[in-house]
Ligand binder design. Structure first.
Ligand SMILES: Nc1nc2c(ncn2[C@@H]2O[C@H](COP(=O)(O)OP(=O)(O)OP(=O)(O)O)[C@@H](O)[C@H]2O)c(=O)[nH]1
Length: 459
């Protein structure tokens, strides 16, 4: 994905950099004059056109547009019109961030394009009245249109990719479900991999290692399954690309064998070691892929039975929209176990797992049935408190914190320890981007940890 982004950016920069370099000084001066004096007016034109559409308007309350988004747009316009050549690359990268935000907020890219047309029209109007060299006026018109278009083209790419990712997720999930028995599939593929490994090992040890008998892993049954089904089923996951690299490493070793000479014992041993350890890695990645997919399938975390992150964006986006439309409060809290590593280190991972189940159980007992509880990360939980403002959120979270602290956890029969949690929470401030709530709750959690743990902090 990053590679695709970099490539797209370089295509745009190949156009933008020479264009920017070719500008005469008077053009640059006039562009910055427009940016300085007209940005606010142009920004209003942009939002006026966006707010005319009821779909978009429902996401952008008037106050919010005034306070936050207009400010960002003014900054954006100034940056696009006045960017220096050496600032172009970071500016291009920033468009990806903006496009991602638009996708999350649900502002269709065509509305942004419509708004940008208004900005360009506003610039032409300004220039109509402006008394300057015709060549400079032409250059300003041309450059400002091109620069705005290129920035929006990058944003559109980010927007499209974000949608593509969501669709791909759905697709890989659908294919996974179609794979009617994933346990059987996993067993079959692990057996195929083991069988290939055993055959190659035997051939190497027994000396029957002519090129005909040593087939590469990528052309084995497992290799075929990996290329045609695994990649399609699981998508371009990190574990999938690791498997691809491991297959390449193994195949380079196999194809590098000179079959015309007898292999030394030491060399054979080294080969066996490389093949075995890489196959073990592939087995581990396969196990994780299948287990992640089956956990993701029903949206539940296997250990705690809470929701996993799969549906978090969908649910949070929905709750943020409800809060905006109905002017309701909404809070999000991140609850993180304190010094959890020490529990694992002292009592072992299985006890750590039980401790997580213990916390999850207490959390579940202390929330309203309308709230959403997620396993957010290893020892982190996320709580969406619907229709809860400061007072309700603080009361619920304080109850949760106290309950966890005062309920001993049995590490061994008859031996208990106290578990504490730190909590950071944020209250929805009207911003349509749900990611902001997550970021703010996370920042508050960071403060809670820094202030000594076993405490609650609000962003
Ligand atoms: N048993 C178990 N441990 C987990 C799981 N997921 C994450 N962990 C562990 O949680 C621990 C988190 O450690 P840190 O991030 O250092 O945080 P901490 O020790 O809780 O310290 P603070 O958060 O700073 O209070 C690591 O040791 C992880 O291995 C899990 O599913 N089971």
């Amino acid at each position: 994905m990053q590679h695709e982004i970099d490539q797209y950016i370089s295509v745009i920069l190949n156009e933008w950099i020479p264009l920017r370099k070719s500008l005469r000084e008077d053009t640059v001066a006039l562009l910055s004059q427009i940016a300085e004096c007209e940005s606010e007016k142009l920004t209003s034109k942009f939002y006026d056109s966006m707010l005319k559409d009821p779909d978009t308007a429902s996401h952008l309350s008037y106050e919010l547009v005034q306070v936050q988004l207009s400010r960002s747009l003014i900054k954006w316009l100034k940056a696009v019109l006045c960017v220096k050549t050496d600032e172009l690359e970071p500016l291009a990268k920033q468009q990806y961030h903006i496009g991602g935000v638009h996708a999350r907020i649900g502002i269709p890219i065509q509305f942004v394009q419509r708004g940008s047309r208004q900005i360009k029209y506003g610039i032409y109007q300004y220039l109509k009245e402006y008394d300057a060299d015709r060549a400079v006026i032409f250059e300003v018109k041309h450059y400002s249109s091109m620069a705005i278009d290129m920035a929006i083209e990058l944003m559109s790419h980010a927007y499209a990719m974000s949608h593509h990712r969501a669709t791909q997720n759905e697709e890989s999930y659908r294919l996974h479900v179609l794979m009617n028995n994933s346990d059987l599939e996993q067993g079959k593929q692990q057996a195929a991999l083991s069988s290939w490994e055993n055959t190659v090992m035997y051939d190497l040890v027994s000396g029957a290692r002519n090129t005909e008998s040593l087939i590469s892993l990528s052309s084995s049954g497992f290799g075929l399954w990996f290329r045609h089904k695994c990649v399609k089923n699981f998508g371009e996951d990190r574990k999938v690309s690791e498997i691809r690299q491991l297959i390449d490493v193994i195949d380079r070793e196999i194809l590098g064998i000179d079959t015309s000479v007898e292999l030394e014992v030491k060399k054979t041993q080294e080969l066996l070691r490389v093949i075995h350890s890489n196959c073990q890695q592939i087995h581990m990645n396969l196990e994780m892929l299948f287990s992640d997919a089956s956990n993701m399938k029903d949206g539940k975390d296997a250990l705690t039975n809470l929701l996993n992150k799969r549906y978090l964006p969908t649910i949070l986006k929905h709750e943020v929209s409800l809060a905006i439309e109905n002017k309701l409060p909404l809070s999000v809290a991140i609850i993180d176990a304190d010094y959890f590593k020490k529990i694992n280190d002292k009592w072992g991972h299985p006890v750590g797992d039980r401790a997580l189940m213990h916390i999850a159980g207490l959390l579940g007992d202390n929330i309203r049935s309308s709230d959403y509880l997620f396993r957010y990360g290893g020892e982190e939980f996320l709580l969406i408190l619907v229709e809860a403002g400061e007072f309700d959120a603080r009361t619920s979270l304080e109850r949760i914190r106290r309950t966890i602290t005062s309920t001993p956890f049995e590490v061994l029969p008859g031996e208990t320890i106290q578990i504490t949690v730190s909590i950071g929470y944020a209250i929805h401030n009207g911003h349509p981007d749900y990611n902001l709530l997550l970021k703010n709750a996370d920042a508050a959690l960071y403060t809670a940890k820094g202030n000594g743990r076993n405490r609650i902090e609000r962003f």
